[in-house]
Design a protein around this ligand. Structure first.
Ligand SMILES: [Zn+2]
Length: 875
């Protein structure tokens, strides 16, 4: 699964300080001196206090350990094994009900057993039949909301295979059960606009099983360590398209406008990976070798889908070759749906994606969706073919999927782009690590959903990379091949991965796995470099992480330097709390670079002067090191050094450095007025840089520098085929001095539907006080969705707050509706933020409160509370 980018809430939590104060009180040391009587009494009292503290401390430790046992989450115990699942499903759109018949082929796993327990959430059941050796009998059962206990007529052994068949109705909308009660992303099956009442919104059904939500629509053993083959029959209107796992083996005309589609999975996979989608989809067909590929999207977006997913065949080939295991399934479909609850989900052979991947052909010019396409595709091996045995080992799915984004970037776009990805991931982990540091593989958690964090994804991915660098690429990929082949169609835990690498490389890796996978924290390295003898430089390193919580790490440290543009390097092993390395060299060295390629997952500090950073920028052959240098100089506001390299930075071969240089330039417009050649260069970049995001950045510089001088550039580029470019050019026009651009010139773009174009128009209407646009704002907000809507809602509110006569009450109604009903939590948040602008009116505030109390998302509840309480205080 790929989570949506999280819009971070600004409410902070502080650790409870009481415990620390307690310790401070009892650790005041006693000075050595002659004892008086009063001193003796004091010492006795201190001893008693110390004893009390020790007891208290012991009790806390006991509680902590008891808690650990209580919240231990084992892999699901296997009492029975489902061999095959056969489902026949139809749908009541009116009541949002799944009407099903299920026949499960089952055997006891090891021990003889008489009671079968299945997961079946929010079902209504009738008679249940048991079939064994040809006899079909009705069997008694107990059912309560989530668990179905079936009492078998006789005790069965593991050599017995039997069938259970039942008819049922499933009510995913009831969505009860478990720790994640009523969270909207646990319904398992979603009816989207079921009665086609929402304009512009297609009717669809799609499913989302991870973690244990597929038992909301079929009876099963809903644990990742349960695998079975399946046949899913879907009865639908014959105008609709269905997509399921495996192969479409039959389509049966039922008459009366109905059709039954048979989707068969001949290879076993886990319950959470079963899936289907139903809708009026358009399909783009492609292929990798003889494997058929389908890109499904709402009709009218097929050309966009062909572009968005265009690298899929190349990716399948690349991954198959890289890991030495051919794509293991008979087909691969990718389906773009509405209102998806996460970024995307790797259902076997049928990945489902959020609507951000639904693009027009023009929008797809700037598509940057390779990352998520690679992520779900790599899961087809790591996750679907070989599956974590429990959520505790989730990084065996997600760490690999995350690392695939790096691997694809490295292959397709080069090392620098791959490293940029890795740095973004490690930053996301470090951000999370500020408040949460837990073992990567962990058996204690409240809710399985908690495992889907930056530890499992980003830290996991960064560790896979360090392992590749440590073992060497060849051993690493051979190890992966061994691991996948050895455990094909099975479940794994982290030791299986370690043993695969040990088997191939012939070396012990316990130490590596212990410090990275089975412990918490990360290295915090403090470096110092002593250049006083340039032929024998001394590098000191200290590990500063809290050793009571985190390991003392063993790490390879690559030290590099340049002699006449030729790169030299030497590797040292960091394995002490504090140590020094001497770097001897025949020629004097003026600058050493530590981990120049940024391979380590470590927070490092090293004092460097702006001159040294500029030197790093100038000499390093690695884009990521030049990027780091430029970024540091910018954050230090090292004006002299920045100005001296800005020209080179604008011409850097790595687009990300050109982009950074442009954003630095926005802060120093005087450089452009001082140096006309620089302004010319930026204008040239706006016209013809090979990357559209750089062109857009160049236009942003021109808009903030002197928009009126670039009127023609903006006017021309506002028509560019790339929305990134056109949007920045349009923003340039909007930024021109008041009155220079006429309403008609902007109005030409008012019918554009892409949010990048809508926002500059909205900005113009707001800042130029263009009245009579209430309907336009309402129409946009009604039509838009996803990320674009989130950004637009700020402009939307602003317009009606400034010009309430344009329809304030309509605007408030719309925002309240979004806040109450949108399936995306960040849209509900955006609507709430917009509403706060209207909040001085007591009646509106009451209505906001009324909607806020219905919110089920814990982060949003916290956020609402924080702002509503502070606005109460203000009033
Ligand atoms: Zn994933």
């Amino acid at each position: 699964m790929k989570y949506l980018p999280v819009i971070k809430l600004e409410v902070k939590w502080y650790p409870i300080l009481g415990y620390l104060v307690f310790w401070a009180l009892f650790t005041i040391s006693c000075k050595s001196k002659q004892f008086s009587e009063a001193d003796k009494v004091q010492v006795q009292q201190e001893d008693m206090l110390k004893e009390g503290a020790a007891k208290e401390n012991l009790r806390n430790l006991e509680l902590e350990k008891e808690q650990a046992i209580e919240s231990y989450r084992p892999s699901a115990k296997k009492d029975f094994d489902i061999l095959h699942t056969d489902l026949d499903l139809s749908f009541d759109y009116q009541n949002q009900v799944v009407i099903g018949t299920a026949e499960l082929t089952i055997k006891p796993f090891f021990y003889p057993s008489k009671e079968l327990v299945l997961d079946a959430q929010d079902f209504e059941l009738e008679e249940i039949f048991y079939q064994h050796r040809g006899n079909l009998v009705s069997v008694p059962y107990d059912y309560e909301v989530e668990k179905l206990h079936i009492h078998l007529p006789t005790e069965l052994s593991r050599s017995d295979t039997f069938q259970i068949s039942l008819q049922y109705k499933a009510f995913p909308e009831r969505n009860t059960g478990g720790g994640s009660e009523a969270i909207t992303d646990t319904k398992g099956l979603y009816f989207i606009d079921p009665l086609d009442t929402v304009p512009d919104k297609p009717t669809m059904i799609w499913t989302q099983g991870e973690t244990a939500h597929n038992s909301k629509w079929f009876p099963t053993i809903d644990s990742p360590n349960e695998k079975f083959t399946q046949l899913i029959k879907l009865t639908v209107a014959d105008t609709l398209v269905t997509i399921g796992n495996g192969e479409l083996i039959k389509q049966e005309d039922l008459g009366g406008g109905l059709r039954k589609d048979y989707w068969e999975m001949k290879l076993p996979h886990s319950a959470y990976l079963a899936a289907f989608a139903i809708g009026d989809f358009g399909k783009v067909e492609a292929a990798w070798k003889e494997i058929p590929l389908g890109y499904y999207v709402e009709k009218g977006y097929e050309k966009g889908a062909a572009k968005v997913f265009q690298h899929t065949p190349e990716m399948i080939g690349f991954f198959s070759e890289l890991i030495g295991v051919r794509y293991p399934w008979p087909k691969y479909d990718q389906i773009v749906v509405r209102d998806f609850v996460s970024g995307a989900m790797e259902n076997t052979t049928a990945s489902i994606f959020m609507e951000e991947l639904r693009m027009t052909e023009r929008e797809a010019i700037d598509s940057e969706m390779d990352y998520i396409i690679a992520h779900e595709l790599f899961h087809q091996w790591f996750g679907d073919y070989v599956t974590t045995e429990s959520w505790s080992n989730l990084t065996l799915n997600e760490g690999f999927a995350n690392y695939s984004e790096f691997l694809w970037n490295e292959y397709k776009y080069g090392k620098d782009e791959a490293k940029l990805k890795l740095i973004a991931e490690t930053e996301s982990y470090f951000l999370e690590a500020k408040t949460t540091q837990v073992d990567l593989i962990r058996f204690e958690y409240d809710n399985a959903e908690d495992m889907f964090d930056s530890h499992s994804y980003s830290k996991g991915g960064a560790i896979m990379h360090m392992l590749r660098e440590y073992l060497g690429a060849e051993a690493f990929y051979e190890g992966l091949k061994y691991y996948l082949t050895r455990h094909a169609f099975e479940n794994v835990e982290v030791h299986d991965l370690r043993m695969a690498f040990e088997e191939i490389s012939g070396q012990d890796l316990n130490w590596f796995f212990n410090q990275w996978f089975l412990a918490k924290g990360h290295p915090e390295l403090k470096f110092e470099v002593n250049y006083s003898d340039p032929s024998a430089i001394v590098i000191s390193v200290e590990q500063l992480q809290d050793l009571t919580k985190a390991p003392l790490y063993q790490l390879p440290l690559e030290v590099s330097w340049y002699e006449d543009n030729e790169r030299k390097s030497k590797e040292f092993i960091v394995n002490k709390a504090s140590q020094q390395f001497e770097l001897k060299n025949e020629l004097p060295i003026s600058l050493v670079l530590l981990d120049e390629e940024k391979n380590l997952l470590a927070e490092s500090t090293l004092a460097r002067s702006p001159e040294q950073m500029r030197e790093q920028f100038r000499v390093s052959q690695f884009g990521i090191a030049r990027y780091e240098a430029l970024d540091s100089l910018a954050s230090w506001e090292a004006v002299t050094e920045l100005e001296s390299i800005i020209d080179e930075a604008l011409e850097d071969e790595f687009w990300s450095i050109r982009e950074s240089a442009l954003s630095i330039l926005q802060g120093y417009p005087e450089w452009l007025s001082d140096t006309p050649e620089l302004a010319q260069k930026v204008a040239q970049m706006a016209e013809s840089d090979e990357r559209n995001s750089v062109r857009a950045g160049a236009l942003d510089v021109l808009s903030s520098f002197s928009p009126d001088s670039y009127y023609t550039t903006f006017l021309t580029l506002a028509e560019d085929s790339s929305y990134l470019v056109a949007s920045s050019a349009l923003m340039g026009l909007v930024s021109m001095e008041s009155g220079k651009v006429g309403l008609a010139e902007i109005e030409r773009f008012a019918s554009e539907r892409n949010f990048r174009m809508v926002i500059p128009v909205a900005d113009y209407y707001i800042t130029q006080t263009i009245l009579g646009k209430g309907d336009w704002f309402i129409e946009q907000a009604t039509r838009m969705s996803g990320e674009g809507l989130y950004y637009f809602l700020g402009y939307f509110s602003e317009y009606f707050i400034r010009y309430p006569e344009e329809g304030e009450s309509r605007a408030v109604d719309l925002l309240l509706d979004k806040m109450e009903n949108d399936t995306r939590s960040y849209i509900r948040l955006g609507a709430f933020q917009g509403l706060l602008g209207f909040g001085t009116n007591g009646e509106i505030l009451t209505r906001i409160n009324d909607v806020a109390v219905k919110e089920k998302d814990s982060e949003l509840i916290m956020y609402y509370k924080y702002f509503l309480e502070s606005s109460d205080e203000e009033n």
